[in-house]
Design a protein around this ligand. Sequence first.
Ligand SMILES: C[S@@+](CC[C@H](N)C(=O)[O-])C[C@H]1O[C@@H](n2cnc3c(N)ncnc32)[C@H](O)[C@@H]1O
Ligand SMILES: [Zn+2]
Length: 258
Amino acid sequence: MSILLCPVCGEKLNRIDSSFCCKSGHSFDMAKEGYVNLLLGSKPGDSRGDSKESARARHEFLQKGYYDCLKVAIGERLSGTVLDICCGEGYYDDYDGPFYGFDISKEMVRLASKRNKSDNYHYFVANLSSIPIESESIDTAMHLFAPFQENEFSRILKPDGVLYSVIPGENHLFEMKEILYENPYKNDEKAPETTGALILQDTTKVAEKVTITGEDLWTLFSMTPYFYRTSEEDKAKLKATKSLDLTVEFVILKYVKH
Ligand SMILES: C[S@@+](CC[C@H](N)C(=O)[O-])C[C@H]1O[C@@H](n2cnc3c(N)ncnc32)[C@H](O)[C@@H]1O
Ligand SMILES: [Zn+2]
């Protein structure tokens, strides 16, 4: 039984062959990769969220394993029916049970469906401000480096459901910032504030030192917000760096439903 909802009328969607249909007759075809686009108003060729180029850059970087410590730590926390909110290219989606994942970027969802092909994975294109999933249907939601929407996340969780939200740790990529800036600052590790629908219950840090080589370092840099705020002169310092021992540090915030 699907927990997906029709984005037009909010009725349940049922899978019939390679389409998802509601009883009011709205129908959404599955793409050949196996995902379904439930984002209203999107036309063929439309791209919202991250671009194709940045999707590919993330894909290439992540598959080299530099963030594996986070993948392992998240994997250990998954149980029941799982939802990856803003799944990106599905790198962290390693699970045997019922698994749903969505992103607003069709290219990201396409890559995620190609990566994770087993029948337990269900990917769809959607906006996190209106997740086309039944209320109280998810045991574990994961949410990595993406915008936060307390009420919508709380709505889709079962009464004892849990949300794991990940933000960068204070020392994340610090050695890269030391090369780029005279006075590098640490990340503020500010957990998204909640108003009561979700309660922050626990905080865990996951960190590792990885050795990263020239081209990968540049790809990683291009994925960060620093890329757009750094002068050409400072960028050149990083370009000249052949290899770097770099801290990757993440904070896993455990929110429970109130
Ligand atoms: C920094 S990426 C993280 C992706 C993935 N969680 C990961 O860690 O690899 C942020 C993602 O959020 C998605 N995104 C941004 N705004 C969104 C929205 N309103 N609804 C759904 N996805 C959104 C982007 O398309 C992008 O894939
Ligand atoms: Zn409908």
